[in-house]
Every structure is written in C-alpha cells, then in structure tokens.
Design a binder for this molecule. Structure first.
Ligand code: MN
Length: 245
C-alpha cells in the first residue's frame, strides 16, 4: 500500500513539473464578409513548433485584452491592414492606405496587455509596423511613392536582408544575411525609442527589430515555413520556447 502511495506521489510530482504547452494568441483580421480571418500559416507554424495556437477575436476594451493575456503565454501580432496614420501624427498619404480602426484598437490593446504582463510578442509584417507605432515610432505609408528604392518589397518577391551580429536571427541561423519574402508597401520610418533594428534590406529599410520581450519581422516566416522552407521552424521554436519558460 505504501509503495502504491509513493508511486502515485511520484507520478503526480512528475505530472505537475512537466512543462506546460504554451498557449500562443494570434491576432486576426476582420474580413469584408464579417468573419474573423487568419491564414493557416500562423496557426500551423505555432503547432509545428510545439505550441497551441489560440485564434483571438477583436477585443472591446483593455480589460478583455488583459484577461486574455492572463491566460496566454505569448502573443503573435499577424499581418494585414495598414496602421492608421493618425496614430503617428500624419494624414492618410494616398489611396493605397487601407485601415481597419477596430482592428487597430484591438491589436494595440493586446500589444499593450502583453507588454504590461511581460509576455513575449512575435510581431509579423503589419504586426511589426503596429509595434513600432505603439512604442512611439512612425511608418512610411507607401514605399513606392515615399521611399525611392531599387529593392522591390511588394507582392511576395524575395530579397536579401543583412543581420546585426548580436541579433536573435543571427544567433538562430549563424549567418549575417538571409533571403526573405516581402509583402509590404509600408515600413518602419522613425524608429521607436528602445527599439533595436536588427536587420535591413539593401536599401536600408528595417526588416527586423527587437526590444525586450518583442521580436518583430517585416517578412512572413510562417508563409515560408508552410511553403516548405523548414529552416523557419527555428524561429517559431525559439519563440514558443521563450513563451513556455
Ligand atoms: Mn521587404
């Protein structure tokens, strides 16, 4: 009987000390037809990296965002619409700028709740742009008409990025440059206080940055992963691992 009790105690101790599978919340778009919308690339990248993806609805207020971040272990800010230029003190530049103010408010509430609770954030494309604005920076609203460059950034082209030596990406990939995809017509302009730019394209545009618990990339690693470049599991694995520790 005593042996059985000891075995049960041991089993319970092991079960309780086993690492919890991290719950990673992912922000979504609101589609024209009224759906909460998120590409499978994000949820499958998190699952492949050992996390559980939680598709997040639009939150109404800070209390909802804080309640969600109380349950989640990390946050991915996904791609999508442009951030409203008023948030960095500018008028809308031209007709290429598409904004969803409800999503902006929801994503910024989620981002602020994650920052306040020191939960890791992985910010992708629009997510990176939003993070820079939330932290006090600004954006180029339309690269083709505001930023003369020989590097194409829109429509899913590929281009090289150069990495800072002490960056997360350089540490993970053991290199000073990578080829990435590019789906953006906006980019970081004025860098927010406390933000360290860790990768740039050949024209000097920021393509990745870090600050404290935030990793931000202007490209789409989740899409490259789904399209068969398994090397990007390293980034998601490192992020999910960070959320679980
Ligand atoms: Mn780019």
């Amino acid at each position: 009987m005593r042996r059985i009790f000891l075995s049960l105690s041991l089993l319970l101790a092991v079960a309780c000390s086993a690492p919890k599978t991290p719950l990673i919340g992912i922000s979504c778009s609101r589609s024209a037809s009224g759906a909460t919308q998120l590409a499978t690339t994000y949820t499958e990248a998190v699952a492949r990296a050992g996390g559980i993806a939680v598709v997040l609805p639009t939150v109404a207020d800070a209390a909802q965002a804080e309640a969600l971040l109380g349950v989640l272990d990390g946050l991915i800010l996904s791609g999508g619409e442009d951030v409203q230029p008023g948030w960095y003190g500018e008028e809308v530049w031209n007709e290429t700028v598409h904004v969803d103010s409800l999503r902006d408010r929801s994503d910024s509430l989620l981002a602020r709740a994650a920052l306040a609770s020191e939960k890791p954030i992985l910010a992708i494309c629009r997510g990176a742009q939003l993070m820079n604005v939330v932290l006090g920076g600004s954006l180029y609203q339309d690269l083709p008409t505001q930023f003369g460059t020989a590097v194409a950034h829109g429509g899913g082209v590929e281009h090289r990025i150069g990495l800072e030596a002490d960056s997360v990406l350089a540490g993970l990939y053991g290199t000073d440059s990578l080829t990435v995809n590019s789906f953006h017509h906006q980019a970081v302009k004025d860098v927010a206080p406390g933000v360290k730019i860790t990768a740039r394209s050949a024209d000097g545009l920021p393509e990745a940055f870090e600050t404290g618990r935030v990793w931000a990339v202007q490209f789409h690693p989740e899409k490259m992963l789904q399209q068969g470049d398994s090397s990007w599991i390293s980034l998601f694995g490192a992020f999910v691992g960070r959320c679980g520790s």
